[in-house]
Design a protein around this ligand. Structure first.
Ligand code: COA
Length: 162
């Protein structure tokens, strides 16, 4: 069974992430969504909340597991016996950062491959930061987020404002 690891911060999970996970299942038999604590990014949701939202969104998609990992991604990939890292390439602007991460990961663990997938065009401009900005300014989240994730994001922003 070919297993791919899809790592990220997922603060919160968007339709763009879901699109990549769905596409990954055409390449891998199983996808492990690995949620990183990433304190450097000062996430709006804590790790447990982010995991919970990924699980909620993925509940009807078979062959998807949601985990957390600490430390180096390649160490987790090797420990878990997965066959590769999955990353989405949304635009040329992603390339430099992704190229650097993939090559550092290869230097750290030469047998760990990174597989890049292109999201659907309609999601190619999405990022969690931009969605949080839309939410902060009261914009509609329907095109970007699962309804329950949208509700949680609106609640979080409301509680931060009050
Ligand atoms: N659809 C929508 N948004 C997407 C997306 C897609 N298909 N693909 C990426 N994004 C967004 C994310 O939401 C995120 O947005 P944000 O910055 O506004 O929050 C941004 O693109 C990229 O962030 P993310 O996917 O969270 O990845 P990252 O670049 O922050 O890296 C890890 C996260 C976990 C992969 C990386 O930090 C890591 O490997 N950490 C472990 C430590 C390690 O091994 N370090 C050495 C190697 S770098």
């Amino acid at each position: 069974m070919k297993i791919g690891i899809y790592p990220g911060t997922f603060d919160p999970i968007t339709h763009g992430h879901t699109d990549i996970i769905t596409r990954s299942l055409r390449v891998f038999d199983k996808v492990v969504v690995a949620v990183a604590p990433n304190p450097a990014k000062h996430p709006l949701f804590n790790l447990e909340e982010r995991v919970d939202m990924v699980k909620l969104v993925m509940k009807d998609i078979g062959q998807v597991e949601v985990v957390t990992f600490e430390g180096l991604l390649v160490d987790y990939v090797q420990r878990s016996g997965a066959h590769g890292i999955i990353r989405g390439l949304r635009a040329i602007s992603d390339f430099e950062h992704e190229f650097q991460m993939a090559l550092i990961n290869r230097k750290l663990a030469k047998k760990v491959e990174t597989v890049f997938l292109m999201p659907s065009e309609e999601y190619s401009y999405l990022s969690s930061t931009i969605i949080k900005d839309v939410a902060t300014h009261g914009g509609s989240l329907t095109p970007f987020l699962h309804p329950d994730v949208a509700r949680r994001l609106q609640e979080r922003i409301r509680s931060l404002k009050s």
